[in-house]
Design a binder for this molecule. Structure first.
Ligand SMILES: O=C[C@H](O)COP(=O)(O)O
Length: 156
């Protein structure tokens, strides 16, 4: 998945892995977004989807020090439908476990896993309080004064 304000492209897993590796090779830092569609969530395949997306990245890179993982459920991006704190924590914890098992415990500890998708001043505090939510990828709300509240919530 490639996402920026109001613009989301669903890309094949392998293509995303190649893009991440290329960006790193050029000295860039990467926020790699993973996330399921509403259909995939309703089918119960959320973790299978984000694991497959993360695997495609893990197969192409060795050094994770310039990579941040962002959990961005497709159904939450720019829709006003935010993941509940429990939904976000469940996926973030599973992602961290996946990285621990499939990459290394050290990378699992050091890699930030941030949440994106309709984050606002009203929902950021509860999300930020989840143990495996390390910050936010903010779209629409970054253009509003409430952004400072989101920054402060994530900084605690
Ligand atoms: O670029 C940011 C993310 O795609 C989330 O966007 P959003 O906060 O407008 O839902």
């Amino acid at each position: 998945m490639f996402t920026s304000n109001g613009f989301t492209l669903l890309l094949g897993c392998q293509f995303v892995g190649d893009k991440v590796a290329f960006a790193l090779s050029q000295g860039l830092k990467v926020i790699a977004c993973v996330g399921e569609t509403l259909e995939e969530r309703e089918a119960g395949s959320t973790m299978d989807v984000v694991a497959a997306q993360t695997k495609a990245i893990a197969e192409k890179i060795k050094d994770w020090s310039n990579v941040v993982l962002a959990y961005e459920p497709v159904w939450a991006i720019g829709t006003g439908k935010v993941a509940t704190p429990a939904q976000a924590q469940e996926v973030h914890a599973s992602l961290r476990d996946w990285v621990k098992i499939n990459v290394s415990p050290e990378v699992s500890e050091s890699t930030r896993i941030i949440y994106g998708g309709s984050v606002t001043a009203a929902n950021c505090k509860e999300l930020a309080a989840q143990p495996d939510v390390d910050g936010f990828l903010v779209g629409g709300a970054s253009l509003k004064p409430e952004f400072i509240d989101i920054i402060n919530a994530a900084a605690v």
